[in-house]
Design a protein around this ligand. Sequence first.
Ligand code: 7PJ
Length: 281
Amino acid sequence: MSHIPFGRYQVPGNRALVMGILNVTPDSFSDGGRFASLDFSLSHAEQMIRDGVDIIDVGGESTRPGAPSVPLEEELRRVLPVLYALRECGTPISVDTYKPEVMREAVLAGVDMINDINAFRAPGAIDAVRDTDCALCIMHMLDKPATMQDKPAYADVVGEVIAFLRERIDALTAGGIDRRRLWIDPGFGFGKTTEHNYALLKAGRRMVLELGVPLLAGLSRKSMIGAVTGKPVEQRLAGSLGGALAAVAHGAGIVRVHDVAETVDALKVWHAANGQLSEPN
Ligand code: 7PJ
């Protein structure tokens, strides 16, 4: 079986991988406080591991359109206890951050991927990850989270996203980073209309072929799912599974999802239908 390096691990290279989203935002724990929040995050992570997750993506800041940004110290207080608690859990860990200081601390905590919605454009971001072996996800975003959904416009959305990702791949490799560590992501919902999002979904294989870097796709529960199903965010499971399979059909190697158990099953059937039977776990 083919494997690809991924931080401290080698991950299977012959099937799509499921990245489970672990949001560590203590907003809903105002009475229980930080310990309740940590406890909840760790139980969620354990459930994802039982459900067959391949990578856990830990995020301490909501980057939904219009969401306020979280100060550095608060992001570290949210994320670091979770990263240290999961350090030896046996599953690769990713951290979703665009702050170089968080990247450095996460590297010390042993993470296997840095997932940066800002594509390592912050001053010091490339320096923070250079002398590590963690995988790096470069995502496209138009503008910044606060304003990205104000009338996003492109002359050629696929061409422009590819050009952006190429520039970032070049900046990282020029900065001394081995391109085998890189993953690309078109950034569904980050400064895109529904039409832009589906044009990018369909262009997955073109992106992989033109850039020579594997593709990560995150569309779980996003507005592009709501736009075609007419469903509110809490009723987007089936639509998100359809989106995950479509992303894999269009070349994604990792799908970033909320609903791990369901996505793992959907992909097992998908791969079996393509001649790759897996053992039940
Ligand atoms: C993405 C992400 C995505 C990557 C978020 C949400 C918003 N990281 N972080 N790709 N989205 N790589 O999950 O709805 O699409 S936060």
